[in-house]
Design a protein around this ligand. Structure first.
Ligand code: DC
Length: 228
């Protein structure tokens, strides 16, 4: 007789500020587990990009929600497309940082994207990264991680990130300034601000090699999956 161990496929929520290492860690954890990696920040960015390219004003509340509701997302491994447009690198510029932060303040857009994110994670087997995954999108997630790092280290990482395409991104002082402004916008907005869920595991990644952070998260996943 065949013995098929039933391994529970969890929802792993990864939240934290910009440059904390969410993308790198979430992608590596998903790959190691054979889970799907969902970058929810890319969804806010892609909606902002789509609006800018179809002439919808970023502050037009209901029109923006309609853009988010109509959008066809392709969130493949490392590739982000919206309505057939590959926007993988176009959404990682300082202008798009600002546009996405503005769109993320729109409660109507959030309602639409949160519903879509819940649908994407409904079956489990996902590592979903963002700002409100453990608090709003999946408050019942089996494992919640809150990644953080010092402001200096986050700015350094962002400046060195080749995915962020701009001449300004090599200037750490400018990057630090932009990052601080965006952190403030993300953590003080009235809807779903960046916050650590009470039951999240806090990991400070300052000076910690990525592999160590990934190993720690994988150990937590195995602990939770074993207990489920
Ligand atoms: O993670 P990121 O920098 O790509 O996110 C882009 C913007 O969207 C940023 O301002 C934070 C915001 N965001 C959010 O409000 N909620 C999420 N779940 C993910 C991102």
């Amino acid at each position: 007789m065949l013995h098929c161990p039933i391994v529970k496929r969890l929802v792993v929520a990864v939240d934290g500020p910009s440059g904390a290492g969410k993308g790198t860690v979430a992608r590596a954890v998903a790959r190691a587990l054979g889970y799907r990696h969902i970058d929810t920040g890319a969804m806010y960015r892609a909606v902002a990009w789509r609006a800018l390219h179809t002439g919808v004003a970023l502050d037009a509340t209901s029109e923006m929600a309609a853009v988010a509701a109509r959008a066809g997302f392709d969130l493949g491994d490392g590739v982000i497309a919206i309505d057939g447009h590959d926007v993988t690198s176009a959404i990682r510029t300082p202008d798009m940082d600002k546009a996405a932060a503005l769109v993320a303040r729109n409660a109507a857009v959030r309602d639409v994207l949160v519903a879509r994110q819940r649908a994407l994670g409904a079956e489990g087997g996902v590592v979903m990264e963002g700002r409100d995954i453990g608090t709003v999108v999946f408050p019942q997630a089996e494992l919640k991680i809150y990644l953080d790092a010092s402001q200096e280290e986050r700015a350094r990482r962002r400046a060195a990130d080749p995915a962020h395409t701009s001449s300004r991104t090599s200037d750490v002082a400018h990057v630090a300034q932009d990052l601080a402004a965006r952190d403030k916008s993300d953590s003080t907005r009235s809807v779903a601000p960046l916050a650590q869920a009470a039951d999240a595991v806090y990991i400070d990644t300052t000076g910690v090699p990525v592999d160590d952070v990934v190993a720690r998260v994988l150990a937590l996943v195995h602990e939770k999956a074993g207990a489920a």
